[in-house]
Design a protein around this ligand. Structure first.
Ligand code: JFZ
Length: 460
């Protein structure tokens, strides 16, 4: 090409990019993902083989930290002496934008220490972390050049916790992800919602005149682009798809795949797209055909509420983690740091206890798959297949008074059986009821004792 043609082509490109804004699909329907998959169709990027490649680390990880942190934490979900009840404080108290923005002018979490947070997650045995980059209040907790309503521009603190935490996680070998509220944004005049009751109708009452697509192109696409290009998160955890159309969900997914085809996206990108299903506060009775995750609070409320002192027990948290793993899912356990930037002591202690349990028994959790023998009144089973043989892990929550456990449905030869906590081997024998394991009188671990049984061959 001669110089003139090059210049014309360049100008055309610039105009095209400008008009298209955040175009991601080429004329022939392919997405330019760079080196990895080159020009691939979205269908290919969503096919089982690519999904599996994207998912390897996630399925092995099993346990992550969720962090809800935003302006609502400033006074523990209180505003002018009123109880805002949760991170939904702005809507619960119908706080006008002009008033809510004032919280930012005082947001100065001087005790925030990204390394400390990442270390708490690491010591808990967590393998990934997802933090709110923008919750329903619309406030960006990251550097967002496209929108001034962000932590660097509005607060005296002027730091970027998303950047700092991303770096801290890298140091600890923890995967880093961001939460993004997709269909609720109480700061954007065009963001409407299902039946209007979830959107900001106190500042912008004319719900029927709102146009989600304006908000979508003005805010969502630029900010998602910023998040990926600035931090390259391993996960984008969308929330509340609300009114997003199938075309918009597809476009958004295409944009993400183009910018980073390795980025995992949860199904709240809307319209059943995305990589994995999310369950909230609940553990399903059985597994799911697709990858799935339960997100759960460690206390009562997602964001920091100063009167929330209802903590789950270490016992129930470990049981939940094992229960979820035995059904092939992941646990994303939430903490809500204070306005000062502190993860409260009771959460730190609970997480430490979980980490200590995982230090000993982690092999029953990480990289294992769902139970081939169902669940039991006394506990749960997970499985690992290696070199043609199978290891079954039985996590016992209720230690049997009669000194034995019976596992129906197995006939494979037992190679070895032991208690992980004590490394003592155990006697086993087959009877017509199944495999019987003889146990010591007392449980070696007060949270859950894990029995490890290696058998020949495989079992489904
Ligand atoms: C959402 C948020 O509103 C909440 O503040 C928090 O961030 C949580 C993780 O997600 O709440 C929801 C979203 C979906 C359901 C319930 C609550 N749901 O599908 O049942």
């Amino acid at each position: 090409m001669n110089q003139q043609l090059k210049t014309i082509a360049f100008i055309l490109c610039v105009i095209f990019l400008h008009l298209e804004g955040y175009a991601q699909v080429n004329a022939d329907g392919t997405i330019d993902t760079g080196d990895k998959y080159e020009n691939a169709k979205l269908e290919y990027l969503e096919s089982p083989e690519v999904v599996e490649e994207r998912f390897g680390w996630w399925s092995d990880a099993r346990f992550g930290m969720f962090i809800h942190w935003g302006l609502y934490a400033q006074d523990g979900c209180f505003w002018k002496g009123q109880d805002g009840r949760s991170e939904h404080m702005m809507r619960n108290l119908q706080i006008p934008i002009a008033e809510y923005e004032k919280i930012a002018t005082e947001f100065n979490p001087e005790k925030f220490n990204a390394d400390e947070w990442a270390e708490i997650a690491k010591n808990a045995g967590m393998k990934y972390l997802v933090i709110t980059s923008k919750h329903h209040d619309g406030f960006a907790m990251f550097n967002s050049p496209s929108h001034d309503y962000n932590i660097l521009k509005q607060t005296p603190w002027k730091r970027d916790p998303i950047k700092e935490l991303n770096e801290a996680c890298k140091k600890q070998g923890i995967k880093f992800g961001v939460y993004y509220s997709l269909g609720r944004d109480w700061h954007h005049p065009q963001c409407n919602s299902v039946d209007g009751w979830r959107s900001n109708v106190w500042d912008f009452p004319e719900e029927e005149k709102k146009d989600y697509s304006i908000y979508f192109s003005e805010k969502v696409k630029p900010q998602i682009t910023e998040l990926i290009t600035q931090y390259k998160p391993a996960i984008i955890w969308f929330d509340t798809p609300e009114l997003i159309t199938k075309e918009q969900s597809t476009e958004l997914l295409g944009l993400i795949r183009k910018l980073d085809p390795d980025c995992i996206v949860n199904q709240r990108v809307g319209n059943k797209l995305g990589d994995y299903a999310v369950r909230e506060q609940k553990i399903p009775k059985g597994g799911e055909p697709q990858p799935w995750e339960t997100c759960m609070t460690i206390s009562k409320i997602w964001g920091y509420h100063k009167e929330d002192h209802v903590w789950k027990s270490a016992d129930s948290l470990v049981h939940s983690l094992v229960d979820i793993t035995s059904k092939g899912g992941n646990l994303l356990l939430n903490v809500g740091p204070t306005g000062e930037g502190v993860i409260r002591q009771p959460s730190v202690e609970l997480l430490k206890e979980m980490g200590e349990w995982l230090q000993v028994n982690g092999e029953a959790v990480y990289g294992t798959t769902s139970s081939p023998v169902g669940k039991f009144d006394w506990g749960r089973c997970t499985k690992r297949v290696e070199n043609g043989n199978t290891t079954l892990y039985f996590s016992v929550f209720n230690w049997p008074a009669n000194g034995k456990l019976v596992i129906p449905g197995i006939t494979n030869d037992v190679i070895k059986s032991s208690l992980i906590a004590t490394d003592k081997s155990l006697e086993t024998f087959y009877s017509e009821d199944g495999l019987t394991i003889e146990l010591p009188k007392a449980a070696p671990d007060k949270l859950a004792s894990v029995i490890k049984i290696e058998i020949t061959g495989t079992i489904n």
